[in-house]
Design a protein around this ligand. Structure first.
Ligand code: URA
Length: 216
């Protein structure tokens, strides 16, 4: 296993991902990932939550401040909104595996010891983290993937992904050698930031209803 940080064009989690591991072993290995520099400032790796029987995989961008402190994806304000939207759309949280395209919190601080402010992961950091998402997909084998927002969409469908063009539709694509069905939608944080929050929330619910119908 590598010990020194690789140069930027060679960031990758691949050497840290154990072959043939189950979800628990994968989670344990991810805790020690040093595939890109994001591990340095983050408190911990935030791996996916749910089990291999999950029918749908929800993929966010990266853990936020609260997820980084608590070690679970989507436990902060965006997660609470997502839970409400899933419930309204009729998707049982027990059927969902929830994860992120990037497993460490990336942030800036205006001043030392001040609030941590979310920073978007770079394309290199997203690609570095891709082997973890690939391993989660291979183990969970979800019937449907719901990318939440642009980062997750790009991580799964490539850099030309535009959430506004495909949200709420069933997309079929081969990902990591497997035929997948996806229903992309907006990120719940975008709903929290929207001027018309209720309208944006209903838009998210409508997209998730498409996902619920696709699950059958
Ligand atoms: N936003 C994300 O994309 N993922 C989380 O886990 C929390 C907030």
């Amino acid at each position: 296993m590598p010990t020194a940080q690789a140069p930027e064009d060679r960031y990758t989690a691949a050497p840290f991902v154990p072959e043939g591991a189950d979800l628990a072993a994968l989670r344990e290995a991810a805790a020690g990932c040093r595939g890109c520099p994001l591990h340095r400032a983050a408190t911990r790796t935030v791996f996916g939550a749910g089990d291999t029987a999950a029918r749908v995989m929800l993929v966010g961008e990266q853990p936020g401040d609260q997820e980084d402190r608590r070690g679970r994806p989507f436990v902060g304000p965006a997660g609470k909104l997502l839970d409400r939207a899933l419930e309204e759309a009729g998707i049982d949280p027990a059927d969902a595996y929830v994860t992120n395209a990037v497993k460490h919190f990336k942030f800036t601080r205006a001043e030392p010891r001040k609030r941590r402010i979310h920073a978007s992961p770079s394309l290199r950091e997203m690609s570095a983290c891709a082997p973890w998402l690939a391993a989660e997909l291979a183990l969970v084998e979800p019937e449907l993937i719901v990318p939440l927002g642009a980062t997750a969409g790009k991580a799964l469908l490539g850099s030309s992904f535009r959430v506004s063009q495909v949200r709420g539709t069933v997309v079929e694509e081969e990902i990591h050698g497997r035929a997948e069905r996806l229903v992309p939608t907006v990120h719940p944080s975008a709903v929290l930031r929207a001027d018309d929050r209720e309208g944006a929330f209903q838009g998210l619910v409508a997209d998730l209803r498409v996902a619920a119908r696709a699950l059958g």
